[in-house]
Design a protein around this ligand. Structure first.
Ligand code: ADP
Ligand code: MG
Length: 360
């Protein structure tokens, strides 16, 4: 189950303004996602929903298995306190309190006031020599780092940031982004709103909002891998000159997902020839291994386990994604390195087949 699941969320303000309309997306644990889109597209609204600061009119927001739309007020407060760290574009620091006191205020909210720990948090963001400064005595970048120290005080698993570099110069932008990078490396899930393309490019994935709706396709990395595999298989079958059965055509339809294809071109799996997509050598090898796993699984399930046809196809589609090279070769050896699947299609040979033919 994904760490964050947003399902068919709609947030409507008075006067019929739809800030979000039917938005669904998933975010994996330890992922770093950038939420992008023009001003007014619903980015802040989405972030507030993830932080439990606001509730949708329709749909659900589930974080770490907890459905925020079903929480009582005290449960939401506990959720924010235990799980969430918030960093805003405006710093929201108390002007009369020093850096360390501002961080301690956050500790107080989390009922763990400890000055030494607050100082340590500020040192971690490089502000060891600014502990007793008031916000008015700090630069924009330093203020934002106080906010980050404050957001991290409860070691949140979900870090939400709304244009955190919006008011910073280039050098401070880099310092702040390095901090987010470090937190993400340490396993914290980061969701960052930005309209800056270079900032967005540092995330694992960009989610684009337009007029409160998702623009383009947004898959988790594992879903994306499976979709990449499906397209590779589809191209392989086309290359074999197959009549493509209808259930496989869905994979072909994925070719029209430009973002997915672009990704496959970037990963050097697919290249265009005369406007038609084809394999790179690497893409061809990966497709061959997929087809090999699929057809070996088919043969095993239908001939050894005598499963019925529909079940065989379903199981083979699953196993092709999970069989390790070793297990694949063991199955291949067990079946006697077969050349054809039950439908009479060629099973690409593997290293084990070449070894076996050398021994024969
Ligand atoms: P973004 O962060 O992408 O600029 P927002 O999520 O702040 O967009 O806003 C999305 C839409 O919802 C905008 O049209 C905005 O005017 C409207 N909106 C946001 N907050 C409120 C509010 N509290 N009351 C009424 N309308 C709001
Ligand atoms: Mg905003």
């Amino acid at each position: 189950m994904a760490f964050v699941i947003v399902e068919k969320v709609t947030r409507r303000y008075d006067a019929g303004v739809f800030a979000l309309q039917g938005v669904s997306l998933e975010i994996e644990r330890a992922e770093w996602v950038a939420i992008m889109g023009p001003s007014g597209s619903g980015k802040t609204t989405l972030l507030n929903l993830l932080g439990g600061l606001d509730l949708p009119d329709e749909g659900s927001v589930i974080v770490d298995g907890q459905d925020l739309t079903r929480c009582s007020r005290p449960e939401l407060i506990r959720y924010r306190r235990d799980k969430v760290g918030l960093v805003f574009q405006q710093f929201h620091l108390i002007p009369y309190l020093t850096a360390v006191e501002n961080v301690m205020l956050a500790q107080y909210i989390h009922s763990l006031a400890d000055e030494a720990e607050a100082e340590e948090a500020l040192r971690r963001v490089g502000l060891g020599d600014r502990l007793r400064h008031l916000p008015s005595e700090l630069s924009g970048g330093e203020k934002q780092r106080v906010c980050i120290a404050r957001a991290l005080i409860n070691e949140p698993s979900l870090l939400l940031a709304d244009e955190p570099t919006g008011n910073l110069d280039e050098e401070n932008e880099r310092i702040v982004m390095d901090l987010f990078q470090r937190m993400n490396d340490a396993g914290q899930t980061v969701v960052m709103v930005t309209h800056d393309l270079t900032i967005g490019a540092q995330a694992h994935r960009q989610i684009q909002l337009e007029h409160g709706r998702l623009a383009g396709f947004h898959l988790t990395p594992s879903q994306e891998d499976e979709d990449v595999d499906e397209v590779l298989e589809y191209l392989f079958l086309v290359r074999e000159g197959h009549q493509i059965p209808p259930e496989v055509c869905a994979r072909g339809a994925m070719l029209s997902r430009t973002s997915l294809l672009e990704q496959m071109v970037r990963k050097n799996l697919v290249a265009f020839d005369n406007g038609r997509p084809g394999f790179t050598p690497e893409g061809g090898r990966r497709a061959e291994l997929l087809i090999r796993r699929h057809r070996l699984a088919e043969k095993l399930f239908s001939e050894t386990f005598q499963m019925d046809e529909a079940k065989v196809e379903e199981e083979a589609c699953y196993f092709e994604h999970i069989l390790s090279p070793d297990v694949t070769d063991s199955i291949c050896a067990f079946l006697g390195h077969p050349h054809e699947c039950p439908h009479g299609h060629a099973i690409p040979s593997g290293p084990c087949c070449r070894e076996a033919s050398k021994l024969a």
